[in-house]
Design a protein around this ligand. Structure first.
Ligand code: ADP
Length: 256
């Protein structure tokens, strides 16, 4: 689905990405973690065609990314700026479908279906500002789902919500991945979240970022906020990811 080779990016003199190599298979949910300011968003924006990297290449389904690919949706952290306040929830969700689905009532139907999937069918006629932060982020996820992309990029999508809502949204992502089978790349600085949600956790170094760890997460399914987080493999993996993020050497163990 996604192939990133030797990706570099500099902002003027400042090297943010120092040669990132990464492949993501169809249907995988890959979490990317790394220290704050290491270049995670730069990587995501390069994949999404929102930024032209200074070197290397990104292929999505074998095609080089030159602008934002049609088959891609992005969910940003700042839901308050990504939803249009003057449009109702259902209109926000159906907006990106305008090119893909020409029939208006079909667009509304697809939007309503997506709102149902994120547990918000009753909010369709409301405006974003009438909803809580967590509900607004659900609307942003519904908008991505309605589009039915093959690849969904999520940039710190739960960074602005409270802890309980964050857990609910993590479970929502797992649930939509299950029902849609789409490929998801989720950027986070939260180590526990990366292990809880991911099939794989990719760890970036401080900038100029390179991949310093790529760990497979084989925790029992379905994941559960209490049982998964107390599972010995979870505890082990979060420590391993934590050491990689802090630039410490990992001790080889049976589970690694
Ligand atoms: P992260 O998402 O890991 O926090 P970013 O990709 O946002 O990191 O940024 C990586 C580095 O590049 C940071 O040090 C940031 O200050 C710098 N940076 C990001 N965007 C710009 C920009 N438009 N101009 C200059 N420097 C930038």
């Amino acid at each position: 689905m996604l192939e990133i080779s030797d990706l570099t990016h500099s902002y003027g003199e400042y090297r943010a990405l120092g040669g990132v190599n990464l492949t993501v298979a169809d249907g995988e949910l890959v979490c990317v973690v790394g220290p704050s300011g290491c270049g995670k968003s730069t990587l995501l924006r390069s994949i999404g065609g929102l930024l032209r990297p200074t070197g290397g290449r990104v292929l999505i389904q074998g095609q080089p990314v030159e602008s934002t690919p049609d088959d891609l949706a992005i969910v940003f952290q700042d839901y308050s700026r990504s939803l249009f306040p003057w449009m109702t929830v259902v209109d926000n969700v159906s907006l990106p479908l305008r090119r893909k689905v020409t029939n208006r009532s079909r667009r509304t139907e697809a939007a309503m279906e997506a709102l149902e999937q994120v547990g918000l069918p009753g909010a369709a006629k409301k405006y974003p500002w009438e909803l809580s932060g967590g509900m607004q982020q659900r609307v942003a996820i519904a908008r991505a789902l309605a589009y039915k992309p093959s690849l969904m990029l999520m940039d710190e999508p739960f960074g602005s919500v409270d802890a309980q809502t964050r857990e609910d949204l993590e479970d929502l992502v797992l649930q939509v991945r299950q029902s849609h089978g789409m490929t998801i790349m989720l950027i986070t600085h939260d180590i526990d979240e990366s292990v809880y949600v991911g099939d794989r956790v990719v760890v970036l170094s401080k900038s100029p970022a390179t991949v310093v760890g790529d760990l497979r997460v084989e925790l029992p399914a379905p994941r559960d906020q209490i049982a998964t987080r107390e599972h010995p493999d979870f505890v082990h993996l979060r420590a391993e990811v934590g050491r990689l993020v802090r630039g410490m050497q990992n001790q080889p163990t049976a589970a690694s």
